[in-house]
Ligand binder design. Structure first.
Ligand code: PRX
Length: 654
């Protein structure tokens, strides 16, 4: 984050207490904090019993003897899909709409809980017929269509493990994820709608499976884009053909609470994405609990909309598992916010009378730029709770969100969490907390957060430090797929000692004099672009994989719209110099990164330079490059091997 925005977060003095009316009707009451404090582990056991159906009740709540791998509700058994579907039908809510889906071209579909349950049962039968059972990995590469949810829940219903890969990722990225998890099946679509066009998905799957020796036996293809696809007889199957062949009945079996539910890949500090592993009982407990309390969900009357793609953790926890476990009615939208017109999201809020809306600061900032006339043209009076996720929200965007989208009255919950934490960890509770713009504020009940100095001691407020989670929590990751060593090293080595385990999140945070937490962004080489996590090293690897490139350094530069933007500095191989103009080389390399990783990783700028600034030990000084990329005066260059390098770079860029 830029120094300016940190300053505005830290010096924010506006306060917004909840209205008496909101507090009176709110799900979470102030006592919840004391209850959780009095018996933290017992509090989570109560939530697990209250919020979920257990095929076999648990008697043990937490087993931390295998730290840092936790076991929550270890001797209990449940079926995650049954919890999200059948039980709502059995309790008389089968006619409640689960999903109001809206396709980008304007086609719509509403599915009740009874209909969604029936589809998932059929899909589970299809998958079982293809040999998918407990523990098998299934890759899902789809647009935001109801079948994506059906596919995830069908996998969960069988006790198998899904690995959803965001549809914007490249064939290369898909291949590495399929291979890492040894997936047996891929579920995809011919294509999906985005910005008024169909983008092909099946072709990327074909590319990912082209190499010899893939573990994938079948590809199930949903027809959505109606675009032409290549067909591999015997391997490829149309979803609708297979769904028509199977029975509509399927009985959900209970699986152990620690049965893996999904793997989701996320960027870390090294080049290779990490497969974050989540399991069933603890995960579902925390996402259901947080979804209900943070958003004040009244499932019988609220209409909830989270704009995330199911390919990200927010889509997993707050489009699929949390809302469906709670029996919510929600909106799902396939396309981009500005297609076919810039008021599309507000039109959907008006149309479905959305009362709870959850999105990312980057989206809010882009709407701010377009002006309030656009949302003002729609009736947004149904909104009563607003949520923010993915990156720090600057106070200016917070106030705009509340005033323009929330009629100046809706509480905003700024929710801090990560792919690894599975569920929300820090957030206001809307009927209780007096809100401060730009601050996530308070740990959830039952969650223990500390801000530590470099030496591992707790900082005294008001002060900044590094954010850690000091006690195990139900929806915590259980590991990195296939790499226990990296799991320990990445998250647990920095501040743990002896039997005391502290999870290091990679975020800097400030704790103010009220004890409230203000998040300050990543402290490692992970960038946050439009709320998406990208690794500087992963993009550097993509750049050096191009034959033109000798060396590359990537930084996240502050960007008003996207939070951070990818800026690359590249040295061309000597035999390449002069082969293209600098502009051509830069265009080629930007496209190369998009093709290697996905369009979200495409650098905003690629600068061709003669040298990179390095320390005496040979490490690239990214901080200096960041200064250049953000147009600042150069910081301390005394440890540079050759201080003239920076002069050359800045001269070249000015
Ligand atoms: O830096 C934090 C930022 O996003 C990172 C996690 O990214 P990811 O695993 O992709 O999950 C994003 C959605 C949960 C964190 O380490 N982050 C997320 N939410 C916030 C945030 N930073 C500040 N405020 C938030 N509310």
């Amino acid at each position: 984050m830029s120094t300016n925005s940190i300053d505005s977060l830290l010096h924010e003095s506006r306060r917004f207490p909840p209205t008496a009316e909101f507090s009176a009707g709110a799900i979470a009451k102030p006592e919840i904090y004391d209850e959780a404090k009095a018996d933290r582990v017992g509090f989570w056991a109560d939530q697990a019993r209250d919020l979920l159906h257990w095929h076999k009740p648990f008697t043990e709540t937490l087993d931390w003897s295998g730290a840092p791998v936790a076991r929550w509700f270890g001797d209990g058994e449940l079926n995650v899909a049954y919890n999200c579907l059948d039980r709502h039908v059995e309790s008389g809510n089968g006619d409640r709409v689960a999903i109001h889906w809206e396709g980008e071209p304007g086609d719509t579909r509403s599915l009740t809980y009874a209909e969604l349950t029936a589809e998932v049962k059929r899909a589970a039968n299809v998958l079982a017929g293809l040999g998918i059972g407990k523990g098998d990995r299934v890759a899902i590469y789809m647009p935001v269509i109801p079948e994506a949810v059906v596919a995830m829940l069908a996998v969960a219903r069988l006790g198998a493990v899904h690995s959803v890969v965001f549809g914007g990722f490249s064939s290369e990225s898909l291949r590495s994820r399929i291979d890492d998890a040894s997936a047996k099946l891929v579920i995809t679509a011919d294509g999906g709608w985005r910005k008024g066009k169909v983008f092909p998905l099946k072709a990327a799957v074909d590319g990912a499976l082209a190499a010899e020796g893939s573990t994938v036996e079948h590809v199930l293809v949903v027809r959505r884009g109606e675009n032409e696809v290549e067909w591999s007889e015997g391997r490829d199957l149309w979803w609708h053909d297979e769904m028509a062949k199977v029975a509509a009945e399927h009985v959900a079996e209970g699986f152990e609470a620690e049965n893996p539910l999904f793997i989701l890949y996320t960027s870390g500090t090294t080049g290779k994405p990490k497969g974050i592993l989540h399991t069933s009982g603890g995960y579902l407990t925390q996402v259901a609990f947080t979804h209900k309390n943070v958003f004040d969900l009244h499932p019988e009357r609220d209409v909830y909309w989270c704009t995330a793609d199911v390919g990200w953790i927010t889509g997993h926890s707050y489009v699929v598992y949390g809302p469906l476990a709670n029996g919510a009615t929600q909106v799902m939208y396939e396309g981009t916010p500005d297609t076919p017109h810039p008021g599309r999201w507000w039109e959907l809020i008006e149309k479905y009378k959305v009362s709870i809306f959850y999105t990312a600061p980057t989206a809010i900032r882009s709407f701010m730029k377009l002006g309030r006339e656009i949302p003002d043209g729609f009736d947004l009076s149904s909104i009563r709770v607003l949520g923010s996720v993915g990156e720090p929200i600057n106070p200016e965007a917070w106030i705009w969100y509340r005033d323009v989208i929330g009629a100046g009255t809706a509480p905003i919950v700024d929710t801090w969490w990560q792919t690894e934490t599975g569920g929300i960890m820090i957030s206001a509770l809307p009927g209780i907390t007096t809100l401060k713009p730009g601050s996530a504020q308070v740990p959830m009940p039952g969650i223990k957060i500390d801000i530590l100095g470099e030496d591992g001691t707790r900082v005294d407020p008001p002060q900044g430090g590094l954010l850690v989670v000091s006690e195990p929590w139900p929806s915590m990751l259980r590991g990195i797929w296939g790499d226990p060593e990296r799991f320990r090293e990445t998250y647990w080595s920095r501040f743990s000692a002896g039997d005391t385990w502290k999870y290091f999140a990679g975020d800097g945070a400030h704790v103010d004099s009220d004890g409230d937490i203000v998040l300050l962004g990543r402290v490692d080489d992970v960038m946050n672009v439009s709320g998406h996590r990208l690794s500087t090293q992963e993009i550097e690897s993509a750049l050096v994989s191009h034959p033109m490139v000798a060396e590359a350094a990537v930084v996240g530069a502050a960007d008003e719209a996207t939070g951070q933007a990818v800026v690359a500095f590249v040295i061309l191989r000597s035999d390449q110099e002069g082969a293209q103009t600098v502009d051509e080389a830069s265009t080629i390399l930007r496209a190369h990164v998009a093709q290697q990783i996905g369009a979200i990783a495409r650098p905003r700028q690629v600068f061709i330079v003669a040298e990179l600034p390095k320390t005496r030990s040979g490490k690239i000084m990214r901080r200096l490059l960041q200064d250049v990329a953000e147009g600042r005066e150069l910081g301390d260059t005394t440890t540079l091997t050759d201080t003239s390098v920076m002069q050359i770079i800045t001269d070249k860029l000015n």
